[in-house]
Design a protein around this ligand. Sequence first.
Ligand code: SF4
Length: 334
Amino acid sequence: MSSAIPLNVGIARSADSAGAGKRVLLAEPRGYCAGVDRAVETVERTLEKHGAPIYVRKEIVHNRHVVETLRDRGVVFVDETDEVPEGAVLVFSAHGVSPAVHEAAAARSLHTIDATCPLVTKVHQEAKRFARDDFDILLIGHEGHEEVEGTSGEAPEHVQLVDGPAAVDDVHVRDENKVIWLSQTTLSVDETMETVQRLRERFPKLQDPPSDDICYATQNRQVAVKAMAPECDLVIVVGSRNSSNSVRLVEVALNAGARAAHLVDYAREVDPDWLSGVTTVGITSGASVPEILVRGVLDLLAEHGYGEVQPVTTANETLVFALPRELRTASARR
Ligand code: SF4
């Protein structure tokens, strides 16, 4: 696993904030990653091009605000392709889908646009490649998560899900010389390494993925939280409960020394009791969270006397993904 190089983790106190002074540490990077940015823009451009209603299978990204905003603009979110009228426009979410879902959509003559993050697609390609070479693929991830369902569906005969270190004892492989682990893109780096270590104790010839499956955005947000958490009496993570990378940020904050950590979708969910006796509040947000929601939490904290905001920067992100091909021309005309 690679980790970001700390850029600005010297967390100084200004003279008038020493002692009882309240302050906010603001993690950087936080919020939208390149894959989420692309997925949300894909839906917006599809709406412009085809007009409402358009359909999206599952939540385009795991964020309540994003989903509710798009729903208000005419996007219909469905669980499965059979809920979509024949011939309609259907967008696949950032989390990816299995080949069976592509086939089901084709059978209904749906016009599909794929907003799968390219970094999820990369893991799909790895699964296909190692299945072709007849490996047992141990996919570390959370049972029931859409991304895991999509990746497993690429090679169901070869993929076994390993849902954390405690699940390692239940793994059975055909040939201990042909075993590889892959992972969901949004896991805790530390917990994944613990799972891998336990797997390797059982299968010493376990192969590593060709490159990190836990994506750059997940890793960078965890590194930033780790840098600020030891200074924090409280960490507030802005994100939704079904957002894997957001939930992991709460865990990472607590493991790194934050005295308390909570996940909120909106500023109104911040319980004033959490602030009792708190001097330093850390703020971050998951990879599917628009910055406006973080601003809301900052405004609320300022009302409670936490007006001083210090960034804690551990990486600069510049990655941008191109839109799906069928939308590029429409985008270029804007
Ligand atoms: S969190 Fe990572 S894998 Fe998921 S959409 Fe963002 S960049 Fe892609």
